[in-house]
Design a protein around this ligand. Structure first.
Ligand code: HEC
Ligand code: HEC
Length: 474
């Protein structure tokens, strides 16, 4: 074979390729699928990056708040105990678990897991607690150690402390992390009370230490008072539901809500109008966790409503950009929270599907629930806030917020609390902001009286089964 035909056929091939490619380009779908693909990837890649960053912040970032929890309150010294150089008896793992602290099994070396399983680990020694902190295994708590690695020099807290729990896969309180699940066992008040130096809190609130102790002891498991440092109002003088007084001097602390199921609606927290998820993230990181950052809200200058906030300039916290450890983390933190999946109940296990179907009908008709808990957000698109008398309860907690209103709480995964999944049996249930209703049936009964719905017992139970089926499996 000579070289000539080969060269010719190469030419022909090239020409054919050029023509085919030109035709393809000419008649290509617009815009090119290649362009679309890369755009798609850029968004997805960015989403994944933000979610990863946000998860890291949510789980592990103290925002420098160890300056407060360790530096000011000296909490780490109480954890250590006098035998190890701190003060008091020290925090044993057994007590820590009883206080509702959780241990992340995935942070433990395999050998330790085996030993815990065999009951071969001393749960009554503060040294074990320090070892767990060193492994970064205590959910929402970070221990800071000196160079020798033996002395705890400070301690800081994370979002995960209150807004995560574990699935108890190894032991009660020890298991895989459940990000976003409210820790209903966590006794924040009792943990803060361990601090050897509560004087700064007393000074801030303008009261004595005995008064601080009384307020913190009254919180109990699964609760925290996010407004105490603003208004100093620790107790609700008269808790009232559908015209009936149900308690006097009840703690002003509110139930720790889930940090999932928060996408698609405007106002967050139990009361309003504080703001959205990201407003509250900034609020909490700066004002509650005492991280180092920047926060602006001139509404806190209202001394009549917030006697404590103005004199501390809480609505005007400033940190130089290079030292600010909160602001730059807010975007990813928000994206992560909105992306946390909502646990879906199983028909026949978590709820009775036949009754739930009947409840579904009632929810958006006779029972009028859908007027506020709009399916499938379970709160209103738009302005999801209501005056206390619209839902028939006392205004105490609403009055501690800017607009004196309650937010229509979303009802996603409410079956977890009704069933008491991954929580101490005594901590299950407890609905509404202060946990005043023990069960969902009590909530439905409240509406039945308040709105004169005329639901019979059968219908009320059907509604409860429907509530337990939320969010409906798609
Ligand atoms: C000490 C416990 C505690 C810590 C730590 C904590 N929170 Fe909360 N969080 C609460 C409580 C209690 C509420 C309810 C406050 C209210 O409505 O009065 C809440 C409410 C929220 C809400 C509103 C949820 C809803 O249903 O609307 C979001 C979002 C949230 N927290 C995010 C965070 C983030 C992010 C962090 C870390 C920066 C954090 N929280 C740290 C206890 C805590
Ligand atoms: C007028 C508006 C409105 C209507 C109507 C309404 N709700 Fe609510 N719902 C609210 C608000 C506001 C809250 C939050 C109360 C609080 O902060 O304590 C709430 C809270 C709840 C809770 C407690 C959520 C939690 O996490 O503790 C449940 C359950 C509930 N509602 C179910 C229902 C059912 C069932 C109906 C119908 C019978 C109904 N709601 C009708 C506004 C409404």
């Amino acid at each position: 074979m000579s070289q000539q035909p080969f060269r010719l056929s190469m030419q022909a091939l090239l020409i054919t390729v050029v023509i085919v490619v030109s035709l393809l380009l000419l008649f290509r779908p617009v815009p090119s699928t290649g362009q679309q693909q890369s755009l798609h990837d850029a968004v997805e890649l960015n989403a994944v990056k933000l979610v990863d960053e946000g998860r890291q912040t949510f789980r592990f970032d103290t925002f420098g708040d160890e300056a407060f929890w360790g530096g000011t309150l000296q909490l780490h010294r109480a954890v250590e105990g006098s035998n190890l150089g701190g003060v008091g008896a020290g925090l044993t793992p057994r007590t820590a678990l009883q206080l509702g602290l959780k241990v992340d099994v995935d942070a433990l070396p395999n050998q330790l897991v085996q030993r815990i399983r065999r009951g071969d680990v001393d749960l009554d020694s503060p040294a074990t607690t320090l070892a767990l902190l060193k492994l970064n295994a205590v959910v929402g708590l970070t221990g800071f150690f000196d160079a020798s690695g033996n002395r705890l020099t400070s301690i800081g807290i994370q979002c995960a402390l209150c807004h995560s729990t574990v699935d108890n896969s190894l032991l009660p309180g020890i298991g895989h992390r459940l990000d976003g699940w409210a820790n209903r066992d966590l006794n924040v008040g009792a943990i803060v009370l361990l601090s050897p130096n509560l004087q700064p809190v007393a000074t801030l609130l303008g009261v004595d230490i005995a008064t601080v102790s009384k307020a913190l002891s009254a919180w109990g498991p699964g609760k925290f008072d996010a407004e105490l440092f603003l208004d100093g109002k620790a107790f609700n003088p008269e808790q009232k539901s559908h015209g009936v007084v149900t308690g006097n001097n009840v703690s002003g602390a509110t139930m720790i809500p889930n940090a999932f199921g928060l996408a698609g609606f405007n106002q967050h927290t139990w009361t309003g109008a504080w703001g959205t998820v990201t407003y509250w993230n900034a609020f909490v990181a700066n004002l509650e966790m005492h991280g180092i950052g920047t926060f602006f809200d001139p509404r806190l200058d209202n001394a009549a409503q917030f006697p404590i906030a103005p004199r501390n300039r809480f609505g005007h916290l400033r940190t130089a950009p290079d030292d600010d450890r909160i602001t730059k983390k807010l975007p990813a933190l928000q994206v992560f929270q909105l992306a946390i999946p909502v646990p879906v109940p199983k028909a026949g296990v978590d709820f009775d599907p036949v009754r739930a179907a009947r409840g579904d009908e009632l929810f958006s008709s006779t029972a009028r629930c859908n007027e506020c808990h709009v399916e499938p957000l379970w709160t209103e698109p738009g302005w999801n806030l209501h005056k206390p008398d619209e839902i028939g309860i006392d205004p105490f907690e609403a009055n501690r917020a800017p607009d004196h209103v309650y937010k229509t709480q979303n009802l996603a995964s409410i079956f977890i609390r009704e069933r008491g999944l991954f929580m101490f049996p005594q901590d299950k249930g407890r609905f509404y902001h202060d946990g005043r209703f023990a069960t969902l049936l009590d909530v439905v009964n409240h509406y039945n009286i308040q709105f004169k719905l005329g639901l019979n017992q059968q219908q009320q139970l059907d509604l409860v089964e429907y509530l337990k089926s939320l969010p409906e499996a798609k």
